[in-house]
Ligand binder design. Structure first.
Ligand SMILES: C[S@@+](CC[C@H](N)C(=O)[O-])C[C@H]1O[C@@H](n2cnc3c(N)ncnc32)[C@H](O)[C@@H]1O
Length: 330
């Protein structure tokens, strides 16, 4: 059994991102306790879990219990797969119902009694305790370092536009499409979504209506080492004229506002046409992940274009921008 700790700012989107990856890997979620997901999957799921954007870490779940005493009792009965030295770390989640103050020391003693040495400053193995409705102990296998994503935030890129999604969110959008081979962003801007897809080894296709964006996105992709791309100057409402192929997956973040990014179009009309155009170039069964401001009924409009809603996630960006991320299937 594995576990994933998801991030708390878009929890439902984070949970569904994990589910999408497990669908590709042939595993499933076996339970949830606040931000802690229990996963039924073997090592073959690691490459897919490694793709996650909205996760804090994943690991091997070793014991699960209804009380601290039961956890310690069970911990005595298992052989801990510790490599080198270890340390016990506790995550007290907002719904924690147990007193876990003393647990790191007590669990540490149990594991120490099996012959493993503690190293608090540089442990080789991190034993993670999670307190929620229940208590869990596991071994961290992968930590998603925020620095890896922060370094790709818009202002660090050679071509900078303040319109980009956070790289973790871009990554999650890509994953929610369940793309395995390729991804199209028909309104790519500075290429933030394409960068995340490119890192996953997907072939990326991008379109923007402004020449400086096409140049800028290419600069960014090259800077971060993404090489397998095809970028075009063009209109997202006429994708069938731009490509003579269909796509496995599409993810995009259309312009929201009043600014020049709408290229002179009326916003809602642009969104409707873009939805129809994307529908036209998606493979049957292919998925679209897309963001719309909250005052646009993305579900109704996408259904009108022929899509089926798979998921919808609310985010308040600031006082004057609330949006939904949608996942649709053709
Ligand atoms: C919000 S930005 C995308 C930001 C992008 N996700 C990123 O991370 O950098 C939207 C982009 O859509 C482009 N755009 C606007 N109308 C378009 C159209 N009809 N066809 C293609 N691109 C369009 C704008 O030029 C702008 O670069």
């Amino acid at each position: 059994m594995l576990y994933v700790e998801i991030l708390g700012n878009l929890p439902e989107m984070a949970r569904d991102e994990v589910k999408a990856m497990l669908e590709l890997a042939g595993g499933r979620t076996a339970g949830q306790d606040y931000l802690f997901l229990k996963i039924e999957a073997g090592g073959e799921a690691f490459p897919y879990l490694n793709r996650l954007g909205l996760a804090h870490e994943y690991g091997e779940l070793i014991v699960e219990a209804d009380s601290v005493d039961e956890l310690l009792e069970k911990a005595r009965g298992v052989e801990w797969p510790i490599k080198g030295t270890f340390k016990v770390d506790t995550e007290t989640m907002a719904n924690c119902r147990h007193n876990v103050l003393d647990l790191p020391r007590k669990l540490g003693a149990v594991i120490h009694a099996q012959g493993f040495r503690v190293n608090l400053s540089r442990p080789d193995t991190l034993v993670r305790v999670y307190c929620g409705e229940k208590v869990y102990a596991g071994i961290r296998l992968r930590y998603f370092d925020p620095k890896d994503f922060e370094g790709r935030k818009a202002h660090h890129r050679p071509f900078f536009r303040p319109i980009s999604l956070h790289p973790r969110v871009s990554r999650a959008l890509v994953n929610l499409t369940k793309a395995k081979r390729e991804l199209l962003d028909p309104m790519m801007g500075a290429g933030g979504i394409l960068m995340e897809a490119g890192f996953l080894g997907l072939k990326v296709y991008g379109v923007d209506i402004r020449p400086e964006m096409v140049e800028g996105a290419e600069m960014n992709l090259r800077h971060y080492g993404v090489r397998d791309y095809e970028l075009k100057l063009g209109d997202a409402t006429r994708l069938e004229e731009l490509f003579d192929k269909k796509f496995e997956a599409v993810a995009t973040d259309p312009p929201y506002g009043t600014s020049a990014t709408l290229a002179g179009r009326r916003r809602d009309e642009l969104y409707r046409k873009v939805l129809e155009s994307i529908y036209g170039v998606l493979e049957p069964g292919g998925r679209l992940a897309i963001a719309f401001p909250a005052d646009f009924d993305g579900k109704a409009e996408a259904e009108r274009a022929g899509f089926e809603l798979v998921g919808r996630y609310y985010q308040r960006v600031h006082k004057s921008l609330e949006r939904y991320f949608y996942v649709f299937e053709k």
